[in-house]
Write a protein that binds this ligand. Structure first.
Ligand code: ATP
Length: 616
């Protein structure tokens, strides 16, 4: 299949909004603050539209409303309908997984966005090649995303969203951070995409004259009101209708913004009234001559407009560059996504690859686990079999629990904050559902926790001469593994409700409390009855109790009392259990309690992550 054909078949979608009001709660004020005050406008297919205006004018708010990112506090009419599914939103900052190359990122996006039944893998490959060529990214195809320049990142963001050929593309400040030549290239590229029939809308700050003239429509906002909607070429004429004369050799875009900012007096009301006339969007130079009206500073007359529309319609029917999207049947004909289970499979693959590429997550962490396990083993020596060292041995068990807990909760806290911008972009642009991604991360991270804690515990267990009995070892290991997974769940939960600084602080404080109530530092029956419930919510308590009863319970043989000792208080294993008030400990119950907490944390983390993605 010819890749360019896949991209040329664009459905034309016009976006129309009327009396759009957006209100937000203003702090310390009874009344709501109106960010958008009843604006009306039309962004047409085949056109490149710029939303401009001073900072705080409401540009991003309008964009977020049109894309569907903001829903509450919005009233008025928006006609975009089923086409929302065919929209791509390129946010201001470009976020990618740093360990993948441009090629891998593109191929993964193609696999996630388009079903194999719809476009074969071979065609997806050539589609990716075609897009990389068109966006001048071929030379960077084997470069990791973290090493791309600002302009390349922006082009990659555009290429990624073009894969499933969206009919509408929204871009938030696509030229921010780019030099003038890259900015021009980017806007020229967008103009080319619009010419193919797409509706392209972007916000922009202070464009140069060259860039300004590339747009088909300029939509200016000032304090939530529309102060100009027209072609760039009509700007000077429009302003002169309210006696604002643009000096010669002055950039019309700059002059327009200066007028809107009030640099030449307060003309907001006059501008808002004049901007209601949307005929300024028609380029005067394209208008047929009309003897009745030759006044230069006016929008086209009705007669001119009728003639113009007629000639445009004729040209359109001859060229027929794109089909108008009328029904949901048309939507189905568009490239369709793979089934969600297939996306799950792809995301599991991506998470695995990411895990192996990030050496700090794999080799470094595994190496540190091994070194620490050996060091702790050397410190405690024969504590597992020597009856005189049993208090130290229980202390070592606690160290194992706390080590696994701490080294898991902290990366858990930091994991999602670093990925949230990417997840937000990808879920919003329909690459996959959040629950699919979340499930993929659980499926990928769980075996990793199992392997890492198994390596750590096995070394520690063998070096400290714990009983060589399979059942005791398996129970001991199982308790360590579940508490590690529980730490990951709590870490992710904290990472999705708090920022990294507060998250690490709360994580550290909560660990201290859990440690206090683990049953070693203060015995359970020494805690005041009213506060004892705290111990029952500490996963570390359940894990420690389980690890202790695995080693000392179930009628263990007597421990070795060195011949140099006259009396060994902990010669009988049950004495250790009694000493720590764990003689009635129930292994199954403890495991169930930790599993219940894992489920609780993981479910809560899903909903907090969902909330965070919506509000961020
Ligand atoms: N959820 C919200 N709660 C409170 N105020 C809000 C909210 N969303 C937007 N605003 C306010 O509305 C105004 C417009 O914000 P918006 O981000 O749309 O401006 P903008 O034109 O995109 O600005 P900039 O060019 O600086 O990005 C600002 O004063 C902003 O503080």
């Amino acid at each position: 299949m010819d890749s360019s054909k896949l991209l040329k078949n664009v459905y034309g979608i016009d976006i129309h909004f009327e009396d759009l009001v957006y209100q937000v709660n203003a702090p310390k004020q009874k009344e709501k603050k109106a960010v958008l005050k009843g604006i009306t406008g039309t962004f047409k297919s085949g056109e490149l539209t710029a939303i401009m205006g001073p900072s705080g004018a409401g540009k991003s708010s309008l964009m977020n409303i049109l894309t569907g990112l903001t829903k509450s506090g919005v009233s008025g009419q928006i006609e975009i309908g089923k086409a929302r599914k065919l929209c791509g939103y390129i946010m201001q900052d470009d976020h990618f997984f740093p360990f993948f190359t441009v090629d891998e990122t593109m191929l993964m996006a193609a696999a996630l966005k388009i079903a194999n039944k719809c476009v074969s893998m071979k065609d997806k490959r050539s589609l990716v090649d075609y897009l990389l060529n068109s966006l001048k990214l071929s030379k960077a195809r084997h470069t990791r995303c973290s090493n791309l320049s600002g302009g390349q990142k922006k082009r990659l963001s555009i290429a990624l969203e073009l894969i499933d050929n969206p009919a509408v593309l929204f871009l938030d400040e696509p030229t921010t951070g780019l030099d003038s030549s890259s900015s021009f290239d980017t806007i020229q590229l967008l103009r080319g995409l619009a010419n193919e029939g797409r509706t392209i809308v972007c916000t922009i700050h202070q464009p140069s004259t060259n860039i300004y003239n590339l747009f088909n429509l300029i939509y200016v906002l000032s304090s939530g009101q529309c102060t100009y909607q027209g072609s760039p070429q009509n700007t000077v004429r429009f302003l002169s209708t309210i006696e604002l004369e643009c000096p010669a050799y002055h950039n019309p875009a700059d002059f327009l913004l200066e007028c809107v900012n009030g640099d030449y007096g307060n003309h907001t009301e006059a501008l808002t009234n004049a901007a209601k006339d949307d005929r300024w969007r028609y380029d005067q130079q394209l208008m047929p001559s009309d003897e009745e009206s030759q006044v230069p500073a006016t929008p086209p007359t009705e007669t001119q407009l009728a003639k113009f529309n007629e000639s445009q319609a004729q040209a359109q029917s001859q060229k027929k560059p794109f089909t108008k999207l009328d029904s949901s049947k048309d939507l189905a004909r568009h490239t369709y996504p793979p089934a969600e289970w297939m996306r799950l499979w792809l995301l599991i693959g991506r998470c695995h690859l990411q895990f192996f590429r990030d050496w700090t997550l794999t080799y470094l962490k595994l190496g540190i686990h091994i070194i620490c396990a050996i060091l702790i083993g050397l410190f405690f020596g024969d504590s597992g079999s020597n009856a005189t060292k049993q208090i130290s041995n229980v202390g070592m068990i606690m160290i194992h629990c706390v080590y696994l807990w701490y080294t898991t909760i902290m990366p858990g806290i930091l994991r999602f904050p670093s990925e949230i911008a990417i997840i937000k972009k990808e879920t919003f642009n329909n690459w996959y559902k959040l629950r699919t991604y979340y499930l993929a991360t659980i499926i990928t991270s769980t075996p990793v926790h199992i392997i890492f804690s198994t390596v750590y515990i096995t070394i520690g267990y063998l070096m400290t001469e714990q009983p060589v009995e399979m059942e005791r070892f398996v129970k001991y290991l199982l308790s360590a593994v579940v508490v590690t997974i529980c730490a990951d769940g709590l870490g992710i939960f904290l990472g999705t409700i708090l920022n990294p600084v507060n998250g690490t602080f709360v994580g550290a404080v909560s660990t201290c409390f859990m440690l206090t109530f683990s049953g070693f530092l203060i015995l359970l029956n020494h805690i005041p009855a009213a506060l004892r419930f705290m111990a029952f919510i500490s996963p570390l308590r359940y894990a420690l109790e389980n690890m202790v009863i695995s080693l000392y319970g179930n009628q263990r043989d007597q421990l070795t009392c060195p011949p140099t000792e006259f009396y060994c208080h902990f010669k009988n294993a049950v004495t250790v259990l009694r000493q720590f008030g764990m003689e009635n400990g129930d292994f199954g119950y403890n495991i169930m309690m930790i599993l219940a907490q894992i489920a609780l944390f993981k479910i809560l983390a899903y909903f907090t992550l969902k909330r965070k993605i919506k509000t961020n």
